[in-house]
Design a protein around this ligand. Structure first.
Ligand SMILES: [Zn+2]
Length: 157
């Protein structure tokens, strides 16, 4: 068994949709990035790649590449899952936490879990997504950005 850790932060700005866990969440602002800036899915990709010893998202899918401009990050997660599978590993479980002061994310938890489970080709009960505020503290509390942390366990089948 091997474990991987992922962490990501993106800036919140007006005029962008908020995409988290592969779904669009109604909010007046969205995350800024080269892709759709799905901070949760990026942390999941880094955790997966890290578990398999395959580097990180940036080195596998460089943000200097036009190919990944505004890409739906679930597509990157699917590709990471395929790479991990090709190296002989299967995802055991994924646990993640989103750090966001607003909006309330719990109503979207199940849909995010289902979307990420589908991308990883695992059952929904292998995916657990949590969310927390930072009690108004720091860049998350001031709603300047959102962050996510993720751990993934993989095993040889
Ligand atoms: Zn990112």
């Amino acid at each position: 068994m091997r474990i991987g850790l992922g962490y990501d932060v993106h800036r919140l700005i007006g005029g962008r949709p908020l995409i988290l866990g592969g779904i669009e969440i109604p909010f007046e602002r969205g995350l800024l990035g080269h892709s759709d800036a799905d901070v949760l899915v990026h942390a999941a990709c880094d955790a997966l790649l890290g578990a398999a010893g395959l580097g990180d998202l940036g080195c596998n899918f460089p943000d200097s590449s036009e190919e990944y401009k505004d890409i739906y990050s679930i597509k990157l997660l699917e590709r990471c899952a395929r790479m991990v599978g090709e190296h002989g590993f299967k995802v055991v479980n994924l646990d993640a936490v989103i750090l966001a002061q607003a909006p309330k994310l719990m109503p979207y938890r199940i849909e995010m879990e289902m979307t990420m489970a589908r991308a990883l080709n695992v059952s929904t009960n292998c995916i657990n997504i949590k969310a927390t505020t930072t009690e108004g503290l720091g860049l998350i509390g001031r709603q300047e950005g959102m962050a996510a942390q993720c751990v993934v366990l993989i095993d040889s089948p």
